[in-house]
Design a protein around this ligand. Sequence first.
Ligand code: AHG
Ligand code: MN
Ligand code: MN
Length: 333
Amino acid sequence: MKRISLTQYLVEEQRLHNTIPAELRLLIEVVARACKTISHSVGKGALGEVLGTAETENVQGEVQKKLDIISNEILLEANEWGGHLAAMASEEMESIHPIPNRYPKGEYMLLFDPLDGSSNIDVNVSIGTIFSVLKAPEGMGEPTEADFMQAGSKQVAAGYAVYGPQTMLVLTTGHGVNCFTLDREMGSWVLTQRDMQIPAKTKEFAINMSNMRHWHPPVKRYVEELLAGDTGPRGTNFNMRWIASMVADVHRILNRGGIFMYPADLRDTSMPGKLRLMYEANPMAFIVEQAGGAATDGKQRILDIEPHKLHQRVPVFLGSRDEVAVVTGYHQG
Ligand code: AHG
Ligand code: MN
Ligand code: MN
Protein backbone atom coordinates (compact mmCIF):
# COMPACT_ATOMS: atom_id res chain seq x y z
CA MET A 1 0.00 0.00 0.00
CA LYS A 2 1.35 3.42 -0.93
CA ARG A 3 1.38 5.58 2.18
CA ILE A 4 0.00 9.09 1.91
CA SER A 5 1.05 11.35 4.75
CA LEU A 6 -1.08 14.13 6.19
CA THR A 7 1.27 16.68 4.57
CA GLN A 8 1.00 15.09 1.14
CA TYR A 9 -2.78 14.92 1.48
CA LEU A 10 -2.99 18.61 2.43
CA VAL A 11 -0.72 19.72 -0.42
CA GLU A 12 -2.70 17.69 -2.94
CA GLU A 13 -6.03 18.99 -1.61
CA GLN A 14 -4.80 22.53 -2.14
CA ARG A 15 -3.90 21.70 -5.76
CA LEU A 16 -7.30 20.09 -6.29
CA HIS A 17 -9.70 22.45 -4.52
CA ASN A 18 -7.66 25.50 -3.58
CA THR A 19 -9.09 25.34 -0.03
CA ILE A 20 -5.93 24.78 2.01
CA PRO A 21 -3.54 27.71 1.57
CA ALA A 22 -0.11 27.33 3.17
CA GLU A 23 -1.10 29.08 6.38
CA LEU A 24 -4.09 26.79 6.92
CA ARG A 25 -1.93 23.78 6.13
CA LEU A 26 0.54 24.91 8.78
CA LEU A 27 -2.33 25.33 11.24
CA ILE A 28 -3.68 21.83 10.62
CA GLU A 29 -0.22 20.29 10.82
CA VAL A 30 0.51 22.08 14.09
CA VAL A 31 -2.80 20.92 15.58
CA ALA A 32 -2.09 17.38 14.38
CA ARG A 33 1.37 17.52 15.97
CA ALA A 34 -0.14 18.74 19.24
CA CYS A 35 -2.62 15.83 19.12
CA LYS A 36 0.34 13.50 18.69
CA THR A 37 1.84 14.93 21.88
CA ILE A 38 -1.49 14.60 23.71
CA SER A 39 -1.80 11.02 22.47
CA HIS A 40 1.64 10.29 23.89
CA SER A 41 0.66 11.72 27.29
CA VAL A 42 -2.65 9.84 27.30
CA GLY A 43 -0.82 6.63 26.44
CA LYS A 44 1.60 7.01 29.36
CA GLY A 45 -1.27 7.13 31.88
CA ALA A 46 -0.11 6.50 35.44
CA LEU A 47 3.50 6.14 34.23
CA GLY A 48 3.42 9.77 33.12
CA GLU A 49 1.60 10.86 36.27
CA VAL A 50 -1.12 12.41 34.11
CA LEU A 51 -4.17 10.70 35.60
CA GLY A 52 -6.48 12.10 38.24
CA THR A 53 -8.01 15.41 39.09
CA ALA A 54 -6.45 18.85 39.22
CA GLU A 55 -7.39 21.23 42.01
CA THR A 56 -9.28 23.58 39.68
CA GLU A 57 -12.69 24.12 38.04
CA ASN A 58 -13.25 25.41 34.52
CA VAL A 59 -15.72 28.12 33.51
CA GLN A 60 -18.46 25.48 33.12
CA GLY A 61 -18.08 24.63 36.83
CA GLU A 62 -16.61 21.22 35.97
CA VAL A 63 -13.71 19.87 38.00
CA GLN A 64 -10.71 19.74 35.69
CA LYS A 65 -8.71 16.59 35.19
CA LYS A 66 -4.94 16.86 34.96
CA LEU A 67 -5.12 15.84 31.31
CA ASP A 68 -7.69 18.58 30.54
CA ILE A 69 -5.09 21.13 31.62
CA ILE A 70 -2.08 19.38 30.08
CA SER A 71 -3.86 19.05 26.71
CA ASN A 72 -4.95 22.67 26.79
CA GLU A 73 -1.34 23.77 27.44
CA ILE A 74 -0.02 21.56 24.65
CA LEU A 75 -2.44 23.07 22.12
CA LEU A 76 -1.78 26.65 23.25
CA GLU A 77 2.00 26.29 23.16
CA ALA A 78 2.05 24.51 19.82
CA ASN A 79 -0.14 27.11 18.13
CA GLU A 80 1.16 30.37 19.58
CA TRP A 81 4.33 31.05 17.65
CA GLY A 82 3.68 29.89 14.07
CA GLY A 83 2.14 33.13 12.81
CA HIS A 84 -0.95 31.36 11.47
CA LEU A 85 -3.41 32.43 14.20
CA ALA A 86 -4.94 35.62 15.54
CA ALA A 87 -6.49 34.04 18.63
CA MET A 88 -7.58 30.82 20.26
CA ALA A 89 -10.45 29.76 22.51
CA SER A 90 -10.91 26.63 24.57
CA GLU A 91 -13.37 24.80 26.76
CA GLU A 92 -10.81 25.09 29.54
CA MET A 93 -10.36 28.90 29.39
CA GLU A 94 -12.99 31.41 30.40
CA SER A 95 -12.02 34.02 27.80
CA ILE A 96 -10.27 33.98 24.46
CA HIS A 97 -6.50 33.73 24.15
CA PRO A 98 -5.13 36.34 21.73
CA ILE A 99 -1.72 35.55 20.22
CA PRO A 100 0.89 37.33 22.38
CA ASN A 101 2.38 40.46 20.82
CA ARG A 102 5.87 38.95 20.57
CA TYR A 103 4.62 36.69 17.77
CA PRO A 104 3.28 37.57 14.33
CA LYS A 105 -0.48 37.24 13.91
CA GLY A 106 -2.27 35.27 11.22
CA GLU A 107 -5.76 35.31 9.76
CA TYR A 108 -7.24 32.23 11.43
CA MET A 109 -8.86 31.58 14.79
CA LEU A 110 -8.77 28.20 16.49
CA LEU A 111 -11.25 26.77 18.98
CA PHE A 112 -10.85 23.50 20.80
CA ASP A 113 -12.09 21.03 23.35
CA PRO A 114 -8.61 19.87 24.35
CA LEU A 115 -9.75 16.66 26.01
CA ASP A 116 -13.21 15.33 25.31
CA GLY A 117 -14.65 12.58 27.45
CA SER A 118 -12.82 13.57 30.63
CA SER A 119 -14.77 11.09 32.77
CA ASN A 120 -13.14 8.28 30.77
CA ILE A 121 -9.51 9.35 31.26
CA ASP A 122 -8.88 7.43 34.45
CA VAL A 123 -10.60 4.25 33.27
CA ASN A 124 -8.67 3.83 30.01
CA VAL A 125 -11.63 4.35 27.69
CA SER A 126 -11.35 6.29 24.40
CA ILE A 127 -11.12 10.07 24.66
CA GLY A 128 -10.34 12.78 22.14
CA THR A 129 -9.59 16.34 21.06
CA ILE A 130 -12.03 18.41 18.97
CA PHE A 131 -11.09 21.53 17.00
CA SER A 132 -12.72 24.15 14.80
CA VAL A 133 -11.09 26.77 12.56
CA LEU A 134 -12.64 30.13 11.68
CA LYS A 135 -11.36 33.04 9.59
CA ALA A 136 -10.69 36.25 11.52
CA PRO A 137 -13.17 38.93 10.42
CA GLU A 138 -11.89 41.32 7.76
CA GLY A 139 -9.94 44.25 9.28
CA MET A 140 -10.01 42.79 12.80
CA GLY A 141 -7.95 44.72 15.35
CA GLU A 142 -7.18 43.27 18.78
CA PRO A 143 -9.28 40.07 18.76
CA THR A 144 -12.32 39.91 21.04
CA GLU A 145 -14.91 37.25 21.83
CA ALA A 146 -17.25 38.98 19.36
CA ASP A 147 -14.91 38.04 16.49
CA PHE A 148 -15.55 34.37 17.28
CA MET A 149 -19.32 34.76 17.10
CA GLN A 150 -19.68 33.20 13.65
CA ALA A 151 -22.12 30.49 12.60
CA GLY A 152 -20.68 26.99 12.18
CA SER A 153 -21.24 27.22 8.43
CA LYS A 154 -18.32 29.68 8.37
CA GLN A 155 -15.81 27.08 9.60
CA VAL A 156 -12.94 26.55 7.17
CA ALA A 157 -11.78 23.35 8.82
CA ALA A 158 -12.76 21.06 11.65
CA GLY A 159 -11.52 17.80 13.04
CA TYR A 160 -10.98 15.55 15.97
CA ALA A 161 -8.36 13.16 17.24
CA VAL A 162 -9.52 10.01 18.97
CA TYR A 163 -7.17 8.38 21.47
CA GLY A 164 -8.33 4.78 21.47
CA PRO A 165 -6.76 1.43 20.62
CA GLN A 166 -5.48 3.41 17.65
CA THR A 167 -4.92 7.17 17.55
CA MET A 168 -6.75 8.68 14.60
CA LEU A 169 -7.26 12.14 13.17
CA VAL A 170 -10.47 12.86 11.29
CA LEU A 171 -10.47 16.03 9.25
CA THR A 172 -12.64 18.12 6.94
CA THR A 173 -11.87 21.29 5.07
CA GLY A 174 -15.23 21.27 3.32
CA HIS A 175 -14.51 18.61 0.69
CA GLY A 176 -15.47 15.41 2.44
CA VAL A 177 -14.04 13.72 5.50
CA ASN A 178 -10.78 11.82 5.67
CA CYS A 179 -9.19 9.77 8.42
CA PHE A 180 -5.50 9.44 9.30
CA THR A 181 -4.00 6.86 11.62
CA LEU A 182 -0.99 7.70 13.76
CA ASP A 183 1.94 5.45 12.99
CA ARG A 184 3.34 5.44 16.51
CA GLU A 185 6.78 4.10 15.53
CA MET A 186 7.28 6.58 12.69
CA GLY A 187 5.47 9.42 14.44
CA SER A 188 3.51 10.22 11.28
CA TRP A 189 -0.14 10.53 10.31
CA VAL A 190 -1.05 8.21 7.45
CA LEU A 191 -4.21 8.50 5.35
CA THR A 192 -6.24 5.36 6.08
CA GLN A 193 -9.84 6.22 5.11
CA ARG A 194 -10.90 8.48 2.26
CA ASP A 195 -14.25 10.20 1.93
CA MET A 196 -16.00 8.69 4.95
CA GLN A 197 -19.77 8.34 4.48
CA ILE A 198 -22.38 7.91 7.21
CA PRO A 199 -25.10 5.47 6.12
CA ALA A 200 -28.44 7.33 5.90
CA LYS A 201 -30.26 4.56 7.74
CA THR A 202 -29.31 3.06 11.07
CA LYS A 203 -30.56 0.86 13.88
CA GLU A 204 -28.21 2.19 16.55
CA PHE A 205 -28.73 5.14 18.87
CA ALA A 206 -26.64 6.87 21.54
CA ILE A 207 -28.09 8.87 24.41
CA ASN A 208 -27.57 9.06 28.16
CA MET A 209 -30.73 7.18 29.17
CA SER A 210 -30.34 8.09 32.86
CA ASN A 211 -31.73 11.54 32.02
CA MET A 212 -34.94 10.16 30.50
CA ARG A 213 -37.26 11.49 33.19
CA HIS A 214 -36.05 15.04 32.47
CA TRP A 215 -36.48 14.97 28.68
CA HIS A 216 -38.88 17.09 26.67
CA PRO A 217 -41.82 15.19 25.06
CA PRO A 218 -40.38 14.95 21.49
CA VAL A 219 -37.18 13.24 22.70
CA LYS A 220 -39.16 10.95 25.01
CA ARG A 221 -41.48 9.97 22.19
CA TYR A 222 -38.61 9.30 19.78
CA VAL A 223 -36.60 7.14 22.19
CA GLU A 224 -39.68 5.28 23.46
CA GLU A 225 -40.47 4.35 19.87
CA LEU A 226 -36.92 3.07 19.35
CA LEU A 227 -37.14 1.04 22.57
CA ALA A 228 -40.46 -0.49 21.53
CA GLY A 229 -38.55 -2.33 18.79
CA ASP A 230 -40.31 -4.59 16.33
CA THR A 231 -43.57 -4.52 18.27
CA GLY A 232 -43.71 -0.68 18.22
CA PRO A 233 -44.41 1.94 15.54
CA ARG A 234 -40.92 1.61 14.03
CA GLY A 235 -41.46 -2.12 13.43
CA THR A 236 -37.79 -2.95 13.98
CA ASN A 237 -35.33 -3.44 16.82
CA PHE A 238 -32.72 -0.80 17.68
CA ASN A 239 -29.48 -1.23 19.59
CA MET A 240 -27.91 1.29 21.98
CA ARG A 241 -24.34 2.49 22.62
CA TRP A 242 -23.12 5.26 24.96
CA ILE A 243 -19.39 5.80 25.45
CA ALA A 244 -19.63 9.19 27.24
CA SER A 245 -16.91 10.54 24.95
CA MET A 246 -18.60 12.42 22.13
CA VAL A 247 -15.52 11.91 19.97
CA ALA A 248 -15.69 8.13 20.32
CA ASP A 249 -19.47 8.03 19.76
CA VAL A 250 -19.18 10.23 16.65
CA HIS A 251 -16.28 8.15 15.38
CA ARG A 252 -18.39 5.00 15.58
CA ILE A 253 -21.23 6.77 13.78
CA LEU A 254 -18.91 7.96 10.99
CA ASN A 255 -17.86 4.37 10.46
CA ARG A 256 -21.10 2.43 10.70
CA GLY A 257 -23.93 4.91 11.18
CA GLY A 258 -26.07 5.77 14.18
CA ILE A 259 -27.71 8.72 15.86
CA PHE A 260 -26.10 10.61 18.74
CA MET A 261 -28.27 12.77 21.02
CA TYR A 262 -27.56 15.12 23.86
CA PRO A 263 -30.87 16.96 24.25
CA ALA A 264 -31.79 19.92 26.40
CA ASP A 265 -34.01 18.89 29.29
CA LEU A 266 -36.35 20.28 31.91
CA ARG A 267 -33.78 20.63 34.68
CA ASP A 268 -32.21 24.04 34.04
CA THR A 269 -33.51 26.01 31.08
CA SER A 270 -30.54 28.36 31.24
CA MET A 271 -28.41 25.34 30.21
CA PRO A 272 -29.84 23.94 26.97
CA GLY A 273 -28.09 20.59 26.93
CA LYS A 274 -24.56 19.78 27.96
CA LEU A 275 -22.49 20.17 24.83
CA ARG A 276 -20.94 23.45 23.78
CA LEU A 277 -21.74 24.93 20.39
CA MET A 278 -18.44 26.52 19.42
CA TYR A 279 -15.94 23.72 20.05
CA GLU A 280 -18.04 20.55 20.28
CA ALA A 281 -21.29 20.78 18.30
CA ASN A 282 -20.11 22.98 15.41
CA PRO A 283 -16.98 21.03 14.44
CA MET A 284 -18.82 17.71 14.79
CA ALA A 285 -21.78 19.02 12.78
CA PHE A 286 -19.41 20.15 10.00
CA ILE A 287 -17.73 16.74 9.91
CA VAL A 288 -21.03 14.83 10.04
CA GLU A 289 -22.60 16.90 7.23
CA GLN A 290 -19.47 16.51 5.13
CA ALA A 291 -19.87 12.74 5.55
CA GLY A 292 -23.46 12.87 4.30
CA GLY A 293 -25.09 12.91 7.74
CA ALA A 294 -27.18 15.57 9.45
CA ALA A 295 -26.88 17.62 12.64
CA THR A 296 -29.63 19.68 14.27
CA ASP A 297 -30.50 21.15 17.66
CA GLY A 298 -33.95 19.57 17.26
CA LYS A 299 -35.28 22.55 15.34
CA GLN A 300 -32.62 23.84 12.99
CA ARG A 301 -29.31 22.92 11.45
CA ILE A 302 -26.56 23.36 14.05
CA LEU A 303 -24.34 25.03 11.45
CA ASP A 304 -26.96 27.80 10.98
CA ILE A 305 -27.07 28.83 14.65
CA GLU A 306 -25.81 32.38 15.24
CA PRO A 307 -23.75 32.14 18.44
CA HIS A 308 -23.98 34.75 21.17
CA LYS A 309 -21.41 33.55 23.65
CA LEU A 310 -18.24 31.51 23.65
CA HIS A 311 -19.32 28.75 26.00
CA GLN A 312 -22.93 28.59 24.85
CA ARG A 313 -24.59 25.18 25.09
CA VAL A 314 -26.79 23.58 22.50
CA PRO A 315 -28.97 20.47 22.17
CA VAL A 316 -27.42 18.02 19.71
CA PHE A 317 -28.96 15.42 17.38
CA LEU A 318 -26.50 14.16 14.80
CA GLY A 319 -25.59 11.23 12.62
CA SER A 320 -27.52 9.15 10.11
CA ARG A 321 -29.70 11.48 8.03
CA ASP A 322 -32.98 9.58 8.20
CA GLU A 323 -33.01 9.25 12.00
CA VAL A 324 -31.98 12.87 12.58
CA ALA A 325 -34.90 13.82 10.33
CA VAL A 326 -37.36 11.77 12.41
CA VAL A 327 -36.41 13.24 15.79
CA THR A 328 -36.14 16.76 14.34
CA GLY A 329 -39.61 16.29 12.83
CA TYR A 330 -41.01 15.41 16.26
CA HIS A 331 -39.66 18.71 17.61
CA GLN A 332 -41.14 20.69 14.75
CA GLY A 333 -44.49 18.91 14.76
P1 AHG B 1 -15.96 16.98 28.18
O1 AHG B 1 -15.23 15.81 28.74
O2 AHG B 1 -15.19 17.73 27.15
O3 AHG B 1 -16.53 17.88 29.25
O4 AHG B 1 -17.19 16.45 27.32
C1 AHG B 1 -17.94 15.37 27.80
C2 AHG B 1 -19.22 15.33 27.04
C3 AHG B 1 -19.21 14.45 25.80
O5 AHG B 1 -17.98 14.05 25.34
C4 AHG B 1 -20.02 13.25 26.19
O6 AHG B 1 -20.80 12.83 25.12
C5 AHG B 1 -20.88 13.73 27.34
O7 AHG B 1 -20.20 14.80 27.91
C6 AHG B 1 -21.09 12.67 28.36
O8 AHG B 1 -22.07 13.10 29.22
P2 AHG B 1 -22.67 12.21 30.41
O9 AHG B 1 -21.76 12.44 31.55
O10 AHG B 1 -24.04 12.77 30.61
O11 AHG B 1 -22.70 10.78 29.96
MN1 MN C 1 -16.19 17.61 25.32
MN1 MN D 1 -13.22 18.65 27.36
